[in-house]
Design a protein around this ligand. Structure first.
Ligand code: URA
Length: 442
């Protein structure tokens, strides 16, 4: 049955129906921005039923979209909700988005660090998806920490503290939430234009001046291949630029967990170490690389070395951890309350040689299975579980040498020992070293 045309679109040639638009895309033709606006507007209002939206999503999945179509789709999803407005006279508003990885705790470190550098960072973040952890889940291991701020609270805190990390509200890009639920059950998540529109509509709703994207590739990432990550990054950077937001992307390696720990409380603890000037070198390195993109693009630093100087100063002189404490307090959290961590159970190598491959997705899934993530919406999270990496890619190990600690109640840890051990491949030859930041796109 034809859906009723959007009242805003009155020209007669737009008297088309949803089935016609689906057929245009199915047959590999480009949609006009008016057709996309008409369709997404109708879906948001409930005039176009979910089965027609699902059919269009599948047509997009199979046929792809041009840059112009992807921008139009993003704009319409953005227009389904509100866009935050800021008084930009005092500061630039910036954010970072990661496509998700195992042990990826960069948001916890970078957001307060940016505030220390004079930027405002209104970060709207998400929960775990598949094997990748969620920033909100990690922060909720701090007793009392609120991740459901109202928009007014988010805006007030951004301007008073300089930073906030909270979840999306129903007012921001609601079409994305409706469409994502359909994509999830119609095998249409892994589509570059659909992912681009989904991520960018939510980020653009923050009303930013500058955005940096951390697009991950490798065994623990959504995109396994560098080429796919590059394509996604190019699409997102193009959409950001066409909407007037300075956008750049780093393609970063996710062939091993980022840092030493993956889980929830353990990742908060590790972030606290980095915020206090210590912590694992890879977490610090990626924080600085992403932060430098934002400082230079926003004009807070004249060039990358100056940006690194500012960022390292605030990590090393206590400012960054103080700002994190301030953000936690503003969101109702008790930074000093105990964050329980489950006891360690070591998994040892059965072979001698070099750690040549780490099935990072498997490690992430193990954390989910231990209770550190959700298998279905609404599952409770055990913030105390996780894994602790005792080796890195390329390390030499002997038989019986520890590879990883499983942080979980002993019975659960024993159940996962075999599978977690198999995530590590130990070979005779030394593997090529991994490069954390493989490419920049901007
Ligand atoms: N994350 C999102 O927000 N949207 C997608 O489509 C995929 C990952």
């Amino acid at each position: 049955m034809p859906a009723s045309p959007c009242p805003r679109i009155t020209k007669s040639y737009f008297v088309v129906n949803a089935a016609h638009i689906i057929a245009v895309k199915r047959d590999g033709h480009e949609l006009t921005s008016q057709q996309i606006a008409w369709f997404i507007g109708g879906f948001s209002r409930g005039d176009i039923p979910h089965y027609q939206m699902s059919a269009l999503a599948m047509a997009i999945y199979l046929q792809g979209m041009s840059a112009a179509e992807t921008t139009a789709l993003t704009m319409e999803m953005l227009a389904s909700g509100v866009t935050l407005r800021w008084d930009k006279s005092a500061a630039s508003y910036v954010d970072k988005h990661s496509t998700g990885g195992v042990g990826d705790k960069i948001s916890l470190v970078l957001t307060p660090l940016l505030a220390c550098c004079g930027l405002r960072a209104p970060m709207i973040s998400g929960r775990g998806l598949g094997a990748t952890g969620g920033t909100l889940d990690k922060l909720e291991s701090i007793p009392g920490f609120r991740t459901n701020l109202r928009l007014e609270e988010l805006q007030r805190q951004t301007d008073s503290v300089g930073c906030v990390i909270t979840g999306a509200t129903d007012e921001l890009a609601p079409a994305d939430r409706k469409l994502y639920a359909l994509r999830d059950v119609t095998a249409t998540v892994a589509s570059i234009p659909l992912i681009t529109a989904s991520i960018m509509s939510k980020k653009l709703a923050e009303g930013l001046d500058v955005l940096v994207l951390d697009v991950k590739f490798g065994s623990g990432a959504f995109m396994k291949r560098l080429e796919d990550a590059r394509q996604l990054a190019n699409a997102m950077v193009a959409v950001g630029a066409s909407m007037g937001v300075k956008t750049s992307a780093l393609l970063t390696d996710m062939n091993q967990p980022l840092g030493r720990f993956a889980g929830n409380a353990v990742e908060v603890n590790e972030s606290v170490e980095v915020l206090s000037g210590g912590g694992p070198p890879d977490v610090r390195e990626l924080t600085l690389a992403l932060g430098a993109e934002l400082l230079v693009s926003s004009g807070m630093a004249s060039a990358t070395p100056e940006a690194y100087r500012q960022l390292t100063k605030h990590l090393d002189n206590g400012d960054a951890i103080a700002k994190f404490r301030e953000m936690v307090r503003a969101q109702g959290g008790d930074f000093d309350a105990a964050r329980n961590v489950a006891p360690p159970q070591v998994v040892k190598s059965r072979n001698a040689g070099y750690v040549s491959h780490i099935d990072t997705e498997q490690l992430g899934m193990a954390v989910v299975e231990l209770g550190g993530g959700r298998k279905k919406v609404g599952d409770a999270i055990d913030h105390s579980v996780g894994v602790e990496m005792l080796v890195r890619h390329g390390d030499r190990v002997c038989i019986g040498e520890p590879l990883v600690n499983i942080l979980a109640p002993p019975q659960a840890a024993r159940q996962w020992e075999e599978i977690i051990g198999k995530a590590f491949t130990v070979s005779d030859s030394r593997p090529e070293p991994l490069s954390l930041v493989a490419e920049r796109i901007g």
